[in-house]
Design a protein around this ligand. Structure first.
Ligand code: HEC
Length: 131
């Protein structure tokens, strides 16, 4: 079910991308559209795409290359705050694949997105939120 939604979202994004866009731009848009569907299903309950809004989880706008646990108005667990990690794309993949194994003691509910294509989609969506 989610698979077909991802494909539909990607195809719609492709058909709405201007003819002048390069293949890589079109692919990035398609991946981001599929990622948005995944985000709505798997992350949105706790993470807002609005940078000013920390809900149950911290905002993920500009999270790539941000220091873990560094947003000023969010009460992180000590585990995340003291992890010393930077959210590189590789670290974000490891977190999506098994956040509790990656940073034991985190307060974030367990997620397990080990499919590399799904990680690609989510990363493309998170990149598309950058301000
Ligand atoms: C049930 C709520 C919930 C869901 C669902 C959830 N998160 Fe989280 N997330 C949190 C909480 C709470 C934290 C803070 C964790 C801590 O401090 O230990 C967090 C932290 C994070 C961080 C660290 C951000 C920072 O500023 O250091 C990232 C990255 C993240 N989540 C990504 C995701 C992604 C991607 C998804 C979807 C695949 C997701 N989360 C799903 C609640 C959630």
């Amino acid at each position: 079910m989610i698979r077909s939604l991802l494909v539909i979202a990607a195809l719609l994004a492709l058909s709405h991308t201007g003819a002048q866009a390069s293949d890589e731009e079109r692919l990035e848009k398609a991946r981001a559209a599929a990622g948005e569907v995944l985000f709505q299903h798997r992350c949105r309950a706790c993470h807002s795409p609005d940078p000013a809004e920390n809900t149950f989880g911290p905002s993920l706008v500009n999270v790539i290359d941000r220091e873990a646990g560094s947003l000023p108005r969010f009460a992180y667990s000590d585990a995340v705050k003291n992890s010393g990690l930077i959210w590189s794309e590789d670290n974000l993949r490891a977190w999506m694949a098994d956040n509790e194994a990656f940073i034991p003691g985190t307060r974030m509910r367990h997620v397990k997105i080990s499919d590399v294509a799904e990680q690609d989609f989510l990363l493309a969506y998170i990149r598309s939120l950058e301000k």
